[in-house]
Design a protein. Structure first.
Length: 581
């Protein structure tokens, strides 16, 4: 029994289940069994709202049982492998092979080796082509599937877009043909063709890709007439009535976001050229204040959490923010429940909202100016009013704030050293502005990321900085910084490089991902586990140059993700490519 080994694990609560509000359905009585997998640690996965939504929807279906799997930490993986144990679900300790579906939430391009590790620990062949009717169907969804090509070899099907409504269609279709499929009366390919008729479903094995000698895509086409030529992203039409997991599972251990996450909006009204998330969640939709208050009340009563965080791509642009904050603060003040906001726009610190924001716990303020020069603001189409920012910051300092966190990008088109200098000057002014109020300078933490020209953005054709150039610009900033009140934090350059390669990659990268996994790569998004040299070896063995994927792309080339329609057309993106500043 796997329970006999739990005390050997560093954090056994990651693997025991039995949390408050967990589903307790009878596995043996369910007609459809769905393994919901998150390819990272339990603490990260249980902080993911999408995972909670799908878990709740599936377990609310009478004939379905949904149970969770998370990537095992290295110590637990060692215990499993050394004792010839398979990974099991948290709810009823079932192995992966006992399920009909194995679904993965793919939120980050560097999670693929963890996907393969979970499959391998479950005794499931890594490649879809090696799995027949005796194995579960492996399905992937989430942000990373806006370009599913790099992981195509491992998945039977992908779901593109928001799955709240479509997941029931997928389950219903499988229930209809399960007996025939499991008995071998219909082939896996025949079943997958039926799945391809569901809007948003992409079945990679139903398509073929031909390359030129130079490695460019020459043709992407369906192998069967039933397979759609384009996959249109699914969205939830009535977001106000969309499912929300009010029976919020409360873990036994602290997780990354250990609180209620209240999703107030999807999409974004802004048009920043670098932002893939806008395409993923397009169009912009909001929930009404009364509905949000109802959800907050019910979820709080079911959990007792002492913090509610408002979630969305740009919560400052929620049109009823003042009304919502006022009602939340009034309702939960006596229960000592705090209301928190993610990165905000300066404008919400002005006017009537300022008094409401002042009642929120004063830790630090977070802003995402992205760039510090007017030139680059035009390049990325960023709406940022410096005068409003300065006024808002003064009010915040007067209200008691002492620390500020700022997010910036480097590696943008037309960027030069003057733009890097502007980041340091901007940050210095943010710190020194507090002196004008006869207070000490503010502590400012800068988080700097390298631009990755992601699929389905206006920048998708542009080149990404190479590894040496990333390091050069980071070193330039380090050498110019003289202010001790300012702290620079950089995303690991090699990690940004690899994320860029995979996010812009084609089908040939499946071989590289499998090679990296077999060399021991795990948790590639974690600094302490990231093994860049192993990845380079995997590229070399696959005879692929990773740098090729970061090069500028021809405007008339076929991109690996062109068959996906996210809602904003390729033609519109082409018109928006910055040609000058």
């Amino acid at each position: 029994m796997i329970e006999d080994y739990l005390l050997q694990a560093r954090k056994p609560a990651r693997y025991i289940g039995e949390e408050w509000n967990v589903s307790k359905k009878d596995f043996s009585r369910a007609e459809i069994k769905f393994a919901l997998c998150f390819p990272d640690l339990y603490e990260v996965g249980m902080s993911n709202l999408g995972l909670r939504i799908i878990y709740g929807i599936l377990n609310n279906l009478p004939k379905v049982v949904c149970e969770r799997f998370f990537a095992p930490a290295q110590d637990w993986e060692n215990i499993l492998r050394s004792n010839n144990l398979e990974i099991t679900s948290l709810e009823s300790k079932q192995g992966l092979k006992a399920f009909d579906f194995v679904g993965f939430s793919l939120g980050y391009e560097l999670s693929y080796t963890n996907v393969l590790n979970i499959l391998d620990l479950g005794g499931i062949p890594l490649k879809a082509s090696l799995r027949d009717h005796k194995f579960p169907l492996v399905i992937g969804g989430g942000p990373s599937v806006l370009n599913p090509a790099p992981g195509h070899a491992f998945f039977d099907l992908f779901f593109i877009g928001e799955a709240e409504e479509a997941i029931k269609e997928i389950v219903d279709l499988y229930e209809k043909f399960k007996i025939e499929f499991k008995s071998g009366e219909i082939s896996k390919e025949e079943l997958l063709i039926k799945f391809s008729a569901i809007a948003g479903v992409y079945v990679p094995s139903l398509y073929e890709v031909n390359y030129t000698e130079a490695g460019q895509i020459k043709e992407f086409s369906p192998r069967f007439p039933q397979a759609p030529k384009k996959i249109k992203k699914r969205i939830v039409e009535d977001f106000n009535q969309a499912y929300f997991p009010c029976a919020w599972i409360v873990p036994f251990i602290e997780i990354v976001h250990d609180r209620i996450t209240l999703e107030i909006m999807r999409g974004c009204p802004n048009t920043c050229r670098f932002c893939q998330a806008r395409q993923l969640y397009y169009p912009f939709r909001v929930k009404k204040v009364d509905k949000l208050m109802e959800l907050a009340e019910t979820t709080y009563k079911n959990t007792g959490y002492e913090e509610i965080s408002l979630a969305g791509l740009s919560v400052s642009d929620y049109p009823f923010l003042e009304d919502l904050l006022g009602k939340l603060i009034t309702r939960f003040k006596e229960d000592a429940v705090s209301i928190s906001l993610p990165s905000i726009k300066p404008k919400i610190l002005l006017g009537n909202l300022a008094a409401l924001i002042a009642t929120i716990k004063k830790t630090s303020l977070t802003f995402a100016p992205e760039v510090a020069s007017d030139k680059l603001r035009r390049v990325i189409n960023k709406d940022f009013d410096l005068a409003v920012f300065t006024t808002a910051l003064k009010q915040a300092y007067s209200a008691g704030y002492q620390r500020v966190k700022l997010y910036f990008l480097i590696g943008l088109p037309f960027e030069d050293n003057s733009d890097l200098d502007a980041i340091l000057e901007f940050t210095k002014n943010v710190s020194e502005l507090r002196r004008e109020l006869n207070l000490g300078p503010a502590q400012v933490n800068i988080s700097i990321n390298t631009l990755i020209p992601k699929p389905h953005t206006s920048f998708q054709w542009l080149a990404m900085l190479g590894l040496e150039e990333i390091k050069s610009r980071e070193n330039y900033l380090k050498s110019k910084l003289k202010n001790k009140r300012i702290k620079l934090n950089f995303h690991y350059p090699e990690m940004s490089f690899l994320e860029g390669v995979i996010s812009r990659g084609d089908r040939r990268l499946s071989e590289v991902i499998e090679g990296a996994f077999k060399k021991g790569c795990r948790f590639d998004a974690w600094d302490e586990h990231f093994a860049f040299q192993k990845w380079l070896e995997a590229f070399a063995e696959a005879k692929l140059d990773p740098q090729v994927y970061l090069q500028e792309k021809s405007k008339d080339s076929i991109l690996p993700w062109d068959f996906i329609e996210p809602g904003i057309s390729k033609e519109l993106l082409l018109q928006d490519v910055p040609e000058t500043y």
